[in-house]
Design a protein around this ligand. Structure first.
Ligand code: MN
Length: 204
């Protein structure tokens, strides 16, 4: 039985400057993400058979988790998994950052054009009320833009999240304060399309 661990950031804390600041990255990874992992482990302490599953599998079968710990597991497995995706699908800023190849074709045919996709994704990110995420998911093999509240997971809805934007205020408040729109606009510079393309090809 192995408890879950918080993976290290795959780059330096300041790698996403100036779009995401070092201080936020430190707090976000070392405190927020690590906090979810610690609380997930604590929630499962007396049901340790779940440590044999991946956190994604736990979220896919969240209804099977004993009721007394289900909310804690849902919130913290969600937080743990979503932040893992978050770090993996970011990279240092690049000009004119957009996907290529198979993923770009799929986006264009699903949403009409790259610009329309961006517009729809931005609108989703801006209209998450309170804390939550906007996602690009695979749903029965099709691309879709969705939103979830808090750490509710696309995995629990039978979807596979390719990437998502974390619009909890802890993601941007230090640098952008209440200006979520500026954070969302800058986010496009640091999306790791190579990693997302791979997630698409491996899971479509
Ligand atoms: Mn977060």
């Amino acid at each position: 039985m192995n408890k879950f661990t918080t993976p290290d950031l795959p780059y330096a804390y300041d790698a996403l400057e100036p779009y995401m600041d070092k201080a936020t990255m430190e707090i976000h990874h070392d405190k927020h993400h690590a906090g979810y992992t610690t609380k997930l482990n604590a929630a499962l302490e007396n049901n340790s058979e779940y440590f044999d599953q991946t956190p994604e599998e736990i979220l896919q079968n969240i209804d099977q988790i004993p009721e007394d710990i289900r909310t804690a597991v849902k919130n913290n497995a969600g937080g743990h998994v979503h932040h893992d995706i978050w770090w993996q699908t970011l990279r240092s800023g690049q000009d004119n950052n957009k996907p290529e190849g198979e993923l770009l074709s799929a986006i264009e045919s699903s949403f009409g054009s790259w610009d329309k996709f961006k517009e729809e994704f931005d609108a989703a990110a801006m209209t998450v009320f309170g804390a939550g995420w906007a996602w690009l998911v695979l749903d029965n093999g099709k691309l879709a833009i969705t939103k979830t509240s808090n750490q509710d997971s696309p995995f629990s809805l039978g979807q596979f999240p390719l990437f998502g934007i974390d619009v909890w205020e802890h993601t941007y408040y230090l640098k952008y304060q209440n200006k979520r729109n500026e954070f969302v606009e800058n986010y496009w510079n640091v999306i790791n399309w190579e990693a997302i393309n791979k997630r698409y090809i491996d899971n479509k």
